[in-house]
Design a protein around this ligand. Structure first.
Ligand SMILES: [Zn+2]
Length: 806
């Protein structure tokens, strides 16, 4: 709303006799409106342009400046820095609510925190009081994926609208909800994209993605980290959400491709995760339908529900809330080219190969009642959809405030009651050799608000369901009880995932949205025992000490206490090798995660550019090629779209230089996809047996598998005979010349799947997962799987470290 809207109403005044009086009233009203509006700066007045207009972009400095000015000008806005980004930028949250609520934020935060843990509430009267006085805490978060840039720009318009308008609807929202608006959960990326977009405006690269990762370590995978908490941004927001504010509704705003539906919102597609409460799923769906109805009423076509995205996987911004009894909403608007409008033709839309639940963006269906016909598509179109859906969500949060608070409380309460089908606790047993891994696992749990107890007295447990033969657990073990408000989080992190066998009519696997399995102790290489029952727990309760911080665990584990959370373990290498990590211009997430692991373990290394590969400047003991395909590595970015300095990959000359490097005694370490390029171009006697198999023969979209390890091999130091490894559409090798290639680890010959989903396991059973090939005077180490997957697979990190030793 603006003053111009009110002025336009004047010619419609009918009675001439009344016009003078009406005019006077109008002028008075206008003055009042102007005086309010004058206090609240428009984004335009601060930036010099209206955010979301074509070819404009506000960088992180401008966005934080605007929010700072809004905070100063409006009693309805309070901006807080909740941490620093990976590259040191302020990560901010704008609290938006009525002036009265903003004055009493701490009171409302406490109410939300108590509703999150029903054990803190004494009796019905107190509960009634909290439910009556609490506000619905809502978070809207923008552009975690930085090329999905519009939401970060839209956030300023949304904040301005809420702070400056005074209609009854807005008043209701401000009175009954507290909005935690996160203009971006990846500030570094907003800056990277804004700098690149401005630099390339008017060139052939205008609107292209930047030639680097838009998160320093994770790129797009910054939204795959919400249970592992590797990244500073995830850590800060997780603490803010699940140890401080406990939002009942979390909305994460994204964009999808250009030639698709215009918008995808919940309800989501199948399969649902059995650990997500049915009530959560229903509430997620209800908000999605409210958004869909409001968008339709506003004349916006091309909106799809029940498509593409599922609730199976645990690690996303909007999926983590399900495991904290909260509602998580995701929306995906069709993209423009960053802030440059595009023209989408019917032929473009016809080329869309379809997604789950939506075979074509041109065909209507019950979940897609009006197709978008194509045409001009501008950032402002995206912003309008996102503003409308944000408004829908806030209206729901305000109007149904008592229901949201009550349901949130009831879900937490239900989690405290024991059920026969669940174990009593998971136990991290004492005496494990890898203390740093144990410590990291416990820290991840404690950081997201899961309670961990330390045993100060022996306990006896039954570790099989329905059995009563108890045995002792070693003193000093850690217990994670299932019956806590975050019960589903505990179960989902500790259990083995069993993904339903979803195949199409022709037997081909239906592709899930993300990975199928993630069991945390398996990934981090920590042994746990499931305690189905604990003997005389009531009597033993006093001997259990709740861990208040990670140092209590570290001391118990004989580790140095840490000052910083998620401290970096010391360099595990015994030698001091010169390490090179290939870093092309394509922005490889696997390169980023490899860099993350090396940085985390304080292992010095240098990045090798495409140009270094082409000139053959390869003065290293070891070179790592992250998991990328041959085209990405050898051809790189297209010169049609990118300046010469970023285009062309390592080229054929780079491949020849790599060969010479190994022939002359260097060591090349290949992860997953990059193995194929090296096997082919080096002519190694190795075959990937999964190559060419159809999706009805073999399929594994991301699961934990079991390896058998040759423990006598120096490359396997610190690894047991069996280890869990991460497989994500990876490879399995057959060695055709055993004189030249050594098999160091194989996929288990049966029952190789530990957690997730694998179709046609027989194809990989017993095949090689880790090999070392002699090539000239040097060696090639080939990991068929991802030994550093998303920085999560601590179990297999030692294999990387061993391969790097001189
Ligand atoms: Zn996204």
């Amino acid at each position: 709303m603006s003053t111009s809207v009110r002025i336009r109403k004047l010619p419609q005044m009918e009675s001439l006799g009344n016009i003078y009086a009406t005019l006077r009233l109008c002028i008075l009203f206008l003055l009042v409106t102007i005086s309010v509006a004058a206090q609240v700066p428009t984004p335009n007045s601060v930036l010099g342009f209206h955010p979301t207009d074509d070819k404009t972009i506000a960088d992180w400095k401008q966005i934080t400046d605007y929010f700072t000015k809004l905070d100063k000008a409006s009693p309805k806005v309070l901006v807080k820095e909740i941490g620093k980004s990976t590259l040191g930028k302020p990560l901010i949250v704008a609290f938006i609510s009525s002036a009265e609520n903003i004055k009493n934020l701490e009171k409302y935060r406490r109410i939300s925190a108590r509703l999150a843990d029903p054990r803190t509430i004494n009796g019905d009267a107190e509960l009634t009081n909290l439910l009556g006085n609490g506000k619905t805490i809502v978070s809207i978060s923008c552009s975690i994926h930085s090329t999905e840039i519009v939401a970060s720009q839209m956030s300023m318009n949304l904040a301005y609208e809420l702070a400056s308008t005074t209609d009854a609807g807005t008043k209701e929202i401000l009175d009954d909800t507290i909005l935690l608006l996160i203009p971006s959960s990846n500030p570094d990326g907003v800056q990277i994209v804004a700098d690149w977009y401005r630099k390339t405006l008017g060139t052939k690269s205008e609107g292209a993605s930047p030639p680097e990762l838009y998160h320093h370590y994770a790129g797009h995978d910054d939204n795959r980290d919400w249970f592992m908490l590797n990244l500073k941004e995830t850590q800060a927001i997780t603490k803010f959400f699940w140890k401080e504010w406990f939002p009942q509704i979390v909305y994460d705003v994204h964009q999808q491709g250009t030639n698709a539906s215009r918008f995808i919102i919940p309800p989501f597609f199948d399969p649902p995760n059995p650990r997500v409460s049915p009530l959560i799923l229903r509430q997620v769906g209800l908000i999605g339908y409210k958004m869909a109805a409001d968008l339709q009423a506003a004349g916006i076509s091309g909106v799809a529900t029940n498509s593409t995205y599922d609730t199976w996987w645990h690690g996303g911004f909007r999926s983590a809330p399900y495991f904290h009894n909260s509602i998580g909403i995701l929306s995906e608007a069709a993209s423009a080219n960053l802030m440059t409008p595009i023209n989408v033709t019917v032929d473009d839309l016809k080329r869309n190969r379809g997604v789950r639940g939506l075979p074509s963006p041109l065909e209507t269906a019950t979940n897609y009642p009006e197709a978008w016909p194509g045409g001009l598509w501008r950032p402002a179109d995206i912003a309008k959809i996102e503003m409308t859906s944000s408004r829908s969500l806030l209206e729901m949060a305000a109007k149904f405030r008592p229901d949201y608070l009550r349901n949130f409380y009831e879900l937490g309460r239900a989690n405290l009651s024991p059920t026969k089908s669940d174990p009593q606790a998971f136990i991290v047993t004492a005496g494990q050799p890898n203390a740093e891994n144990v410590s990291r696992l416990l820290e991840i749990l404690i950081w997201q608000g899961i309670e961990v107890h330390q045993m100060t007295h022996e306990l006896e447990i039954a570790d099989e369901k329905h059995k009563a033969d108890f045995h002792e657990v070693p003193l000093g073990s850690f217990l994670v009880f299932v019956n806590q408000p975050q019960k589903n989080n505990v179960l989902s992190l500790f259990e083995k995932q069993v993904y339903p066998n979803r195949v199409n009519a022709n037997g081909e696997a239906e592709v899930p949205y993300d990975v199928a399995g993630w069991t945390l102790p398996l990934q981090v290489g920590v042994e746990t025992v499931t305690a189905w029952s604990i003997k005389d727990l009531d009597k033993q309760a006093a001997s259990l000490k709740k861990l208040e911080n990670i140092n209590q665990a570290r001391l118990q584990l004989n580790l140095e206490p840490t000052k910083e959370p998620f401290a970096k373990p010391s360099n595990p290498l015994r030698t001091n090798p010169r390490i090179g990590l290939y870093k092309g211009s394509t922005g490889s997430m696997d390169e980023g995660w490899t860099r993350f692991v090396l940085d985390t373990f304080q292992i010095p290394f240098a990045s090798i550019s495409d140009a270094d590969m082409r000139t053959g400047k390869l003065d290293y003991d070891s070179i790592i090629l992250p998991a990328d395909g041959e085209n990405t590595i050898v051809k790189g970015l297209s010169a049609d779209r990118y300046p010469a300095e970023f285009a062309g990959g390592i080229g054929d000359v780079g491949v020849e230089n790599l060969k010479k490097y190994v022939e002359n005694g260097g060591r090349l370490i290949c992860f997953d996809d990059s193995c194929a390029m090296v096997i082919k171009n080096f002519g190694l006697p190795i075959k990937n047996v999964l190559d060419g198999l159809k999706r009805n023969e073999f399929y594994n979209p991301g699961s934990i598998v079991k390896l058998h390890v040759d423990t006598k091999d120096p490359l396997t130091k610190g690894i047991g005979e069996e280890t869990a490894a991460y497989f994500i559409t990876s490879a399995a090798f057959e060695i055709t010349d055993n004189a030249k290639v050594r098999s160091i680890a194989e996929y288990a010959s049966k029952d190789a799947l530990l957690s997730g989903w694998m179709l046609g396991e027989k194809y990989l059973n017993g095949k090689t997962a880790l090999a070392e090939a002699q090539y000239g005077k040097g060696k090639v180490v080939l990991f068929a799987f991802r030994p550093q997957h998303r920085g999560q697979s601590w179990a297999t990190f030692p294999l990387i470290f061993n391969a790097l030793e001189k």
